[in-house]
Design a protein around this ligand. Structure first.
Ligand code: SAM
Ligand code: SF4
Length: 360
């Protein structure tokens, strides 16, 4: 078990050694309008997994395809009524945006109902999804009609054979058609996630950059993260995002100013390009200082970090709508245990075997 590197100075200030910043810790036990942790980080963003089942077999995530049965052994995946209760409690505690993720969220036939339930929750301003895009052209309209505000689509290569080598599926064209359909339907918040891997798409940065010249979307290069199951693959394929950042700056891209609520992505824009580039670099030094998100697994466990040791059971507080205040108090109490950062740089991946367990 690793310990966070917090120093308490003589006058009671907490000095955050890892990030070189000073925070003033909240009083433990005090009730806040906003969920916040010991380091003053506020949590307005929830990533909610609705299943850990996936129909793809991405080589960095589920190379053998979905093997688990956590839904069955853990009392089933979250029901719609439980999802409603989660959204209501988080909204009351200051959360404004909920991302629906998985596994692959679209394997749930009630996904449009889930989107609608979250969207109709007073206080929730944005409901967004991360998906592998399976059957996207047929499905996106139902999601938009249900209230979906934003789409993150994983497209790890624009070359059909490399896409197939990574995901196990020959479906690249379907994803591209789905993107066009989302744009036709008026969706403006579109992001494409690309996990960078030396042996697969590492030489395809030019292709991606050319693509966003005429595509008004945000393309996010994500550094491959080590998880419990992928250590060898990670060692062979990890590329530092710093190399991509250096290249962008050399080629005239400018780094956008970050708003106070910005998540961990660094964003870049260029006058000659309609699209933007985002860089997600979980191995960079200050990555966790801007953490603004909490996670709930598909079986109703709170995860304070993507790489925490284990989830905290919430299901007993999700059964009735009148447990909202109790749930909020419980969440706030758990947050006092949130660590200052993950320890990925030390190769410590907590209880996370792969990201399909939690939704990234
Ligand atoms: N199935 C959906 C998808 O792939 O978009 C949602 C779940 S997936 C776990 C969420 C995001 O995590 C995807 O963009 C995926 O590429 C990314 N991801 C999965 N494993 C990763 C890893 N080891 N390192 C970095 N990103 C990873
Ligand atoms: Fe499935 Fe997403 Fe993992 Fe790929 S990254 S195997 S699509 S959960």
């Amino acid at each position: 078990m690793l310990h966070s590197s917090i120093l308490l100075s003589g006058d009671g200030q907490t000095i955050l050694r890892d990030c070189g910043e000073t925070f003033y810790p909240p009083d433990i036990g005090k009730v806040f309008d906003m969920l916040q942790d010991y380091f003053g980080r506020e949590f307005r963003y929830l990533r909610l997994s609705v299943t850990d089942v996936c129909n793809f077999s991405c080589n960095y995530c589920l190379p053998e395809g979905y093997q688990g049965d956590s839904g069955r052994s853990g009392g089933g995946f979250l029901r719609l009524s439980e999802i409603r209760n989660i959204a209501a409690a988080f909204a009351q505690a200051g959360t404004r945006k909920i991302r629906i993720t998985g596994g692959e969220p679209s394997v749930r036939s009630d996904l449009p109902d889930i989107i609608a339930a979250v969207k109709q929750t007073p206080g929730i301003e944005k409901v967004v999804i991360t998906t592998n895009g399976y059957k996207l052209p047929q499905r996106i309209e139902h999601w938009v009609n249900a209230g979906l505000d934003g789409l993150n689509l994983s497209i790890d290569s624009l070359d059909p054979s490399v896409f197939q080598a990574i995901t196990g599926h020959h479906r690249l064209q379907e994803l591209l058609d789905g993107l066009d359909r989302a744009a036709e339907l008026g969706m403006s918040a579109i992001k494409v996630n690309v996990v960078m891997m030396r042996g697969y798409n590492g030489q395809q940065i030019d292709q991606f950059l050319n693509w966003v010249k005429y595509k008004p979307l945000t393309l996010r290069f994500i550094e491959l993260m080590q998880t419990g199951d992928n250590e060898d693959f990670y060692q062979r394929n990890h590329i530092s995002g710093e190399l991509i950042k250096e290249r962008l700056l050399r080629e005239g891209w400018e780094q956008a100013l970050r708003s106070k609520d910005a998540g961990p992505a660094q964003e870049f824009y260029h006058a000659d390009y309609q699209g933007r580039i985002g860089l997600i670099m979980p191995y960079s030094k200050d990555f966790c200082a801007s953490c603004n998100r909490l996670r709930i697994s598909a079986t109703g466990k709170l995860h304070l970090c993507l790489f925490s040791d284990k989830g905290i059971e919430l299901r007993h507080l999700l059964q009735r709508g009148d447990q909202k205040d109790e749930l909020i108090a419980y969440l706030q109490a758990q947050l006092n245990d949130k660590k200052v950062s993950h320890y990925l740089r030390d190769g410590y991946t907590g209880g996370t075997r792969h990201l399909a367990m939690l939704g990234g």
